[in-house]
Design a protein around this ligand. Sequence first.
Ligand SMILES: Nc1ccn([C@@H]2O[C@H](COP(=O)(O)OP(=O)(O)OP(=O)(O)O)[C@@H](O)[C@H]2O)c(=O)n1
Ligand SMILES: O=P(O)(O)OC[C@@H](O)[C@@H](O)[C@@H](O)CO
Length: 241
Amino acid sequence: MEKTNIYGVVLAGGKGTRMGNVEKPKQFMEVGGKPIIIHTLEKFVVNPQFERVIVLSPKQWITYTQDIIKKYILLSDKIDVIEGGATRNDTIMNAISHIEKFYGLDEETIIVTHDSVRPFVTHRILEDNIHYAKEYGACDTVIPATDTIVESMDNQKISNIPDRSKMYQGQTPQSFHAKRLREVFDELSEEEKTILTDACKILVLKGDAIHLVEGEVFNIKITYPYDLRVAESILGGNGVC
Ligand SMILES: Nc1ccn([C@@H]2O[C@H](COP(=O)(O)OP(=O)(O)OP(=O)(O)O)[C@@H](O)[C@H]2O)c(=O)n1
Ligand SMILES: O=P(O)(O)OC[C@@H](O)[C@@H](O)[C@@H](O)CO
């Protein structure tokens, strides 16, 4: 098959501290009888548009990650497991360096970055990410805010209530031209890097345009123990994902 320049980048380099005292990081905990990261990877490996899928894992969990991938995933040859970084954005930068070293990077190389702990991403969301990243260079998966968003500058009093019709909640995937993302990240000051809560903010700080992709309410990020119960109930539903 002809080589594509599109890479899936599945972020599993975190510790899952908000999940509480667990023996393994949350991405390796099971829902529906399989590790969370496996549900996520199943969505990526079957998409023929991805040249490779890069999985970033904490150093001490790399062998474990490789083992479960071999156990559960038929197309495991399509996956590289490498070490994540100290922060989520460092993890993304490790993926870009890996792609550059082994497969080559050019201006058009696209990465579709995704939280390993969002196992309910759909094929439609992945396809839309690839489409809009190709067309516009960057895109973010979002859902319209359902709650009114309240801003407080001092965390005590309301400073603003923005127009809800213009408010969204950010999910993943977030997809980029890899070279541009790294170039802008490298230009940020250490102070700017500390205020980043996601990868899109890197480009927002430089004024780059990022297209919106419609997410799904069920494309949740498993963060707290409660989310495991929500995930089980999504899986127990009618198979929408
Ligand atoms: N250095 C890091 C930090 C996070 N992640 C990944 O980014 C995703 C979303 O991050 P989050 O939910 O915040 O995960 P953790 O950092 O593991 O959670 P916590 O903040 O509770 O420790 C997760 O799949 C996580 O593994 C990563 O690849 N590298
Ligand atoms: O702030 P958190 O560590 O929960 O999440 C960081 C990112 O994972 C998060 O911004 C994306 O999932 C988009 O919401």
